[in-house]
Design a protein around this ligand. Structure first.
Ligand SMILES: [Zn+2]
Length: 279
């Protein structure tokens, strides 16, 4: 999915061309991607008044309604592109258009009135924004203290920490040198602080790198990742071979040397998964 650094890159690139422009119409090519909560059947041209991000949602605020885009796994954007098989929705302005493209058709575009935003699944429940002042060490410690599941599951819990997905969860654990299966209640005070700091370091460095690389809007830039999808490649810190493990149904990549299991026996992955399942 586009994760927080990807969304931070996309956001100003939507905001700049869209704000102050009139959205003339929307064309829906994939009805499964569109949810209209307003009851309004027709589209009346509306001015885009602002574009903002709430966790993984990108929101176009219009004069009367909001368009809330949840890109999920594969949603992406392109200006004035040729219509592709995966083009789900086209936002047409007077002299250009923006396409929302979704190869997996798992993303959603909601049309909602302001008072209906809380009806959008996951919108209200978002955890703290990791780039905001509210993401304090105190908040992090408090949330970590009540959590029993694995560190990787914690990082991806959108109701606590907003907009970290598979890629950056792996990168953050690598930075913090924590094994992805370590349970939150097994972390030392020092490790919890390290994990908190790693979130800031990885996200900010990634945002900077993506900004420098300037990928096309519909390309997800991931060249800079150190462990994600790098199975059997050498760890950039110690040279050990990166491994892949399954953590509650998700592939996780880590360095077995930098991120030791602390002698808890996370060695036999297959038997561990059975024992560990669903917890
Ligand atoms: Zn290593």
């Amino acid at each position: 999915m586009p994760e927080l650094p990807d969304l931070e890159y996309i956001l100003p690139r939507l905001r700049e061309p869209l704000v102050g422009k009139q959205l003339e119409k929307i064309e829906i090519f994939e009805p499964v991607v569109y949810r209209n909560l307003t009851g309004l059947q027709d589209w009346n041209p509306e001015l885009v008044t602002s574009v903002f991000r709430r966790g993984p949602f990108l929101v176009l605020e219009l004069e009367q309604t909001h368009l809330v885009i949840h890109p999920m796994l594969a949603g992406r954007f392109a200006f004035n592109g040729k219509k592709k098989a995966a083009t789900a929705i086209r936002f047409a302005f007077s002299d250009f258009y923006l396409d929302f493209i979704d190869d997996k058709k798992m993303g959603k575009v909601y049309r909602a009135r302001k008072e209906q935003l809380d009806q959008i699944p996951g919108y209200k429940k978002q955890g703290v924004d990791l780039l905001s002042k509210e993401f304090t060490e105190e908040y992090f410690r408090k949330q970590a203290a009540k959590y029993r599941k694995q560190a990787r599951v914690f990082l991806m819990d959108q109701s606590i920490l907003s907009a970290i997905g598979n890629a950056y969860a792996d990168e953050i654990l690598f930075e913090a040198m924590i094994h992805p299966k370590t349970r939150m209640n097994q972390l030392t005070e020092e490790q919890i602080l390290g994990l908190y700091r790693a979130i800031g370091i990885v996200l900010r460095e990634s945002i900077r790198t993506i900004e420098e690389q300037k990928p096309e809007l519909d390309q997800k830039y991931r060249e800079h990742v150190k462990v994600r999808n790098r199975k059997d490649q050498p760890c950039p810190r110690c040279g050990s071979r990166i491994r892949r493990a399954n953590v509650l149904g998700y592939d996780s990549f880590f360095c077995p040397t930098c991120q030791p299991d602390g002698g808890r026996g996370f060695v036999d992955w297959s038997s561990l998964e059975k024992r560990d399942g669903g917890s």
